[in-house]
Write a protein that binds this ligand. Structure first.
Ligand SMILES: Cc1cc2nc3c(=O)[nH]c(=O)nc-3n(C[C@H](O)[C@H](O)[C@H](O)COP(=O)(O)O)c2cc1C
Ligand code: SF4
Ligand code: SF4
Length: 322
């Protein structure tokens, strides 16, 4: 449907309506958005299903929303967003955005979109990744309008503090997620600005120590972590089922003689899908001198609704939109 009014975009119309302080401004915006079918693209990345769950639930709440897997479109050289609203949903990795999300932001052309939001799911630490996204968008004259963090289950069994959530804990998290999604939905539909509180658990009581770590860890995640050799191994519990190879979004794992091989020349996305979806818990992280790995003693965490097929599916997206 075409409009007779000449606004550059829907945001501009919203701004005009707000300028004149019309009493029914929200109703008019809502009606306009409804009539002219605002479209939303939700780009997501997920290792163990938390972010996938959030992305899928959000899609249900927003009219005309498409889900697009970042791992699937990443190999294309011509990625262009088309939605009026564009969102990025992903896990917090080492206080920042995951490696593939950063790679995606380096390539994606966002010039046709007006409104941008980002949702980081996390275990509970501070999240420092939103300015990085904003910086990439700024290069194309755009900026991040709304940012959200959602606390969910931790999926990192190398940590001493890791525990598998009980059913009750998972249920509580789901209730919180649904409440947060209501706020997110309203913000996006009205194209509002929103800045969530990014604070969270700190590493120690010493401010200077935190200051250093909060800058060092994101740096190491983006520059070093994906390239570390001999990070994972499979132990004697491996049955050769190939699930780890199937779920790996970076295609780092190949099966050789019925055992997974983490190829040295392929970067790891650090998503821990292989570790958490292995049905026999045979995948372990090597203990390093500076950090003991507790994977042999801990359980594993995939999101209760996520299957290995769901995670594997994100790398095979046929990209009609690029
Ligand atoms: C390598 C790695 C690093 C992580 N770093 C953090 C972190 O710094 N802070 C945090 O709160 N959670 C951290 N987490 C936990 C995840 O952000 C959290 O469990 C997330 O919801 C997982 O989402 P996914 O299931 O979509 O992959 C980390 C997880 C992994 C695998
Ligand atoms: S998922 Fe586990 S059991 Fe299956 S091949 Fe990989 S390491 Fe072996
Ligand atoms: S090797 Fe494991 S952690 Fe690395 S990208 Fe593949 S599935 Fe994710």
């Amino acid at each position: 449907m075409k409009s007779n009014f000449h606004f550059k975009n829907k945001k501009e119309l919203g701004a005009v309506l707000r300028t004149y302080s019309l009493p029914t401004v929200e109703t008019l915006i809502k009606t306009y958005n409804y009539l002219f079918s605002m479209t939303t693209e939700i780009y997501y990345f997920s290792g163990t299903g938390n972010s996938l769950y959030v992305a899928k639930e959000l899609q249900k709440l927003i009219p005309e929303a498409d889900l697009i897997p970042i791992a699937g479109v990443l190999k294309s050289d011509n990625i262009k967003t088309k939605g009026d609203n564009v969102g990025f949903v992903f896990p917090c990795h080492g206080l920042t955005i995951p490696i593939p999300v950063r790679e995606f932001l380096k390539k994606v052309n966002v010039k046709s979109s007006d409104y941008f939001f980002a949702i980081a799911t996390r275990g509970g630490t501070i999240f420092r990744g939103f300015p990085i996204i904003d910086k990439f968008l700024n290069k194309q004259g755009k900026s991040l309008n709304a940012t959200f963090v959602i606390n969910m289950s931790m999926n990192d069994p190398k940590l001493k503090s890791f525990t598998v959530p009980t059913k009750e804990e998972s249920k509580d998290i789901e209730i919180n997620v649904q409440q947060k999604l209501e706020v997110i939905k309203k913000t996006i539909i009205h194209q509002e600005n929103y800045q969530d509180d990014i604070s969270g658990v700190t590493f120690s009581r010493f401010g200077l120590f935190n200051y250093i770590l909060e800058r060092l860890i994101p740096f190491l995640v983006h520059r070093v972590a994906g390239k570390v050799k001999n990070y994972f191994y499979s132990d004697s519990k491996c049955t050769g089922c190939g699930i780890c190879e199937k779920v790996c979004p970076s295609q780092k794992i190949t099966m050789e003689d019925n055992k997974p091989l983490w190829q040295r020349n392929v970067d790891c996305y650090m998503c821990y899908a292989c570790l958490n979806f292995c049905p026999t818990e045979a995948i372990q992280i090597y203990s390093k001198i500076y950090m003991k790995s507790y994977t042999p003693e801990r359980g594993r965490y995939p999101h209760p609704y996520a299957t290995a097929d769901d995670i594997a599916g994100q790398k095979w997206f046929i990209n009609f939109i690029v």
